[in-house]
Design a binder for this molecule. Sequence first.
Ligand code: ASP
Length: 309
Amino acid sequence: MNTFSIAIHGGAGTLVKGMMTPELEWQYKQALKAALDAGYDVLESGGTAVDAVEKSVMILENSHLFNAGKGSVFTAEETHEMDACIMDGKTLNAGAVSLISGIKNPISLAKDVMEKSEHVFLAGEGAMRFAKELDYKLEDDSYFYDDFRHKQWLEIKDTDSFQLDHAKKKDSKFGTVGAVACDKNGNIAAATSTGGMTNKKWGRVGDSPMVGAGNYANNKTCAISCTGSGEFFIRGVVAYDVACLIEHKNMSLQDASNEVINKRILELGGDGGLIAVDAKGNIAMPFNTEGMYRGQKSSLGVDEISIYK
Ligand code: ASP
């Protein structure tokens, strides 16, 4: 049997150390642990990597602590527009949605795009019509309302600025979420879900739902979920770049991930991190920010939740 493993992240936009209280830290760690354990249980009982990453991401989406699903940030119009992507490393099938609202678990809609449509990426109104055809229930605005999020938006709503969770003036506590897993059969998968940037407008979409930028999986190389300054991650084609370094330069998972996060994306001016697994169950989780909410668990006995370096 293959070593099986899972890694999750809750964004590279952690609270700066001075603002983290023991109580909050406990809450974050509990939420991460719940998501990590749930995904791991799927793998342990023989489930697929795709089901495991969906499961973990759903749990993170259901928490108000992270910038995805329930905790999504406010757009310039005081709404929520969410993006998500899932990819199966065995078949290279993928599903993605962007600019959707009212959906409790965007990652499940992305999985339905992968499994129940002929397409890879559905956006906006069309994606919402697809959800309606599949009888998705829509949550009302109050489900997505969060006081902290709203204050964060009020501070910048009349300006032209957008705010990433890992902006330097960092007083925010949220982040995009993601999971990558390797199952007992050596198949890998990646899932990523986000509310994007506070005060975003004009239908702005980041890297998270884009195959190859914020999310990618291929059994031959690796499964990756990113978090960071989306515009840079799109231009750096970050997730696929890691896969390319493994495939064409024969680099290890660890070296390739490090090269992209601690060198290439920094040179472009971007910040953030990623989580990665390969088909042998190895895990890498580099980031170039102060922290990244993250966790990893494997059949070799690794079981860890961390926030800072
Ligand atoms: N990468 C996400 C985006 O640009 C943001 C994040 O990771 O926090 O939409």
